[in-house]
Write a protein that binds this ligand. Structure first.
Ligand code: BG6
Length: 483
């Protein structure tokens, strides 16, 4: 199957923080892949803007090196790289002063899409937004892209939203959660709302519980200073896991339109009940033969920050009342594996005499690695000897089913192209982010008030023992974390 690439409109994309880690690691190599795929029209330009003094050629060389370091197979395409970097420009800019702004204003064109990627500390958002307007660089059609973390609690998220709202309408603001750009995450909506099969069963009558796991093998080496102030709750749960939960739990939107979809997601977040402290397990990885402990990685010997979280949540609405949602995420776990598992209820009655085993249908949606879906169904065990039942997977790997031509764009590539197209469906709206913090804040405040100490767990394990108990004591078990 051949993928269809539809070029976007010609654009000028300014990346503030254009020499930073995210720009070199993800944004520019991603844009190069879109360029090669024919999605970036030839007249488009990417303008790096940062503090360092550099000319266009210096920036082009920096991006050649970034593609060589962080690119995939495409990094051997030297002709492609040369054509791509020819579309790059650079402006040395002072985010909080006046240097460089007149130059940037002169560079921008009026007849193309203008987008501004704020790949900088949130404390600079206000200064950038103000100067973009003061110098007439942004207009009512321009778009700005902002990264997570979007605040560290409700008050700071509100303040950021207010700062941006002084200069831009909500329709111009693209808040990135890169999980929403992942292929399988969007497939969640296709599976739910594009098939007749699942939606009638998608409720508390048929579903026993839902598990959402985002397990990583990496630790916090090199980013301990940021992570130690965030922990798994702020870094992963408030945004990525929350978005997965929304897509799994939301009501069908009446259309696939940005605000209709986001209205439904918002209702899920607002219906989340407060989490009981004994329904949460916080963990911190210990030293092991493979690496240092969390505290050593974070360079904070007295840190109580969690590198693992498991929790049980409830959504108080008609569809989901009584169905627990178990969320789990952590660093230095046994495998890199992200999965959503929808565990259906047991049969109320079996007609197969002698079959004492418990059979369950489980729909698992694998986000990474090996994106795909797997539906566990019960069949007769082949061979003679009566009716013995066995559970087997109906497994569908998207790569196998759709063929190698379906090289999915990386999350960032897809999301940046959506910004240029003006499609906000896969971006968080301001009220969504605030609602997520409103749910998260009391949990974090509770830990702080109780001086909660995370449980140690072995690197390479599935997390602390207590996390197992969260399900065991209710007669359930976590799915295995498999890479
Ligand atoms: C980021 C977090 O948002 O997501 C990181 O800050 C985490 O801590 C990363 O490692 C995980 O993303 P992915 O795409 O590798 O699953």
């Amino acid at each position: 199957m051949v993928s269809r690439v539809i070029p976007v409109e010609t654009f000028d994309l300014v990346i503030f923080g254009g020499t930073g880690d995210l720009a070199r690691r993800k944004i520019l190599p991603g844009l190069f892949r879109r360029f090669r795929a024919g999605q970036m029209p030839p007249g488009s330009r990417i303008i790096g803007a940062a503090r360092s003094e550099m000319d266009d050629d210096g920036y082009r060389q920096m991006i050649r090196e970034a593609i060589a370091e962080f690119g995939g197979d495409e990094k051997t395409d030297s002709d492609g790289i040369e054509s791509f970097v020819a579309q790059l420009r650079y402006v040395a800019i002072d985010a909080t002063g006046e240097g460089g702004w007149a130059q940037l204003a002169e560079l921008m064109r009026g007849d193309v899409v203008r987008a501004f990627y704020f790949s900088v500390a949130p404390s600079l958002f206000g200064a950038l937004a103000e100067r973009l307007h003061a110098h007439g660089i942004a207009d009512s059609e321009s778009r700005i892209v902002v990264e997570k973390p979007f605040g560290r609690d409700l008050a700071s998220a509100k303040a950021l939203n207010a700062t941006l709202a002084e200069h831009f309408d909500e329709q111009q603001i693209y808040r990135i959660d890169h999980y929403l750009g992942k292929e399988t995450v969007q497939n969640l909506m296709a599976v739910r709302f594009g098939n007749v099969l699942f939606e009638p069963l998608w409720n508390s009558h048929y579903i026993d519980h839902i598990q959402i796991t985002v397990a990583e093998t990496v630790g916090v080496t090199g980013r301990g200073a940021y992570y130690d102030k965030s922990g798994a709750m702020r870094d992963m749960v408030q945004n990525h896991l929350m978005q997965l939960l929304c897509l799994i739990a939301m009501e069908p939107p009446s259309t696939y339109d940005a605000d209709t979809v986001r209205d439904e997601k918002l209702k899920v977040i607002r219906a989340l009940q407060a989490v009981e402290p004994h329904h949460i397990v916080r963990g911190q990885y210990d030293a092991s033969a493979q690496g240092l402990s969390y505290r050593e990685d974070a360079e904070n010997p007295r840190s109580f920050t969690e590198s693992f979280l498991a929790m049980k949540c409830h959504i108080a609405n008609w569809r989901w009342a009584t169905v627990p949602f178990y969320l789990r995420t952590g660093k230095r776990l046994k495998a890199r594996s992200s999965e959503i598992a929808v565990v259906f209820k047991d049969l109320g009655h079996t007609i197969f005499e002698g079959d004492t085993a418990r059979h369950r249908n489980i729909l698992s949606i694998r986000l990474q690695p090996n994106e795909g879906m797997d539906l566990q169904v019960t069949i007769k065990e082949p061979g003679p000897g009566g009716m013995r039942l066995v559970d087997v997977p109906l497994d569908m790997s998207f790569a196998e089913a759709l063929g190698p031509d379906q090289e999915a764009p990386d999350a960032y590539e897809r999301l940046i192209m959506d910004v240029i197209r003006g499609n906000q469906t896969l971006f968080m709206r301001g009220d969504e982010v605030e609602a997520a913090w409103a749910w998260t804040d009391p949990i974090i405040e509770g830990w702080e008030a109780r001086n909660d100490v995370p449980k140690l767990y072995d690197a390479g394990s599935a997390g602390p023992e207590d996390a197992m108990m969260l399900l065991h004591r209710e007669g359930r078990r976590w799915r295995d974390i498999k890479g």
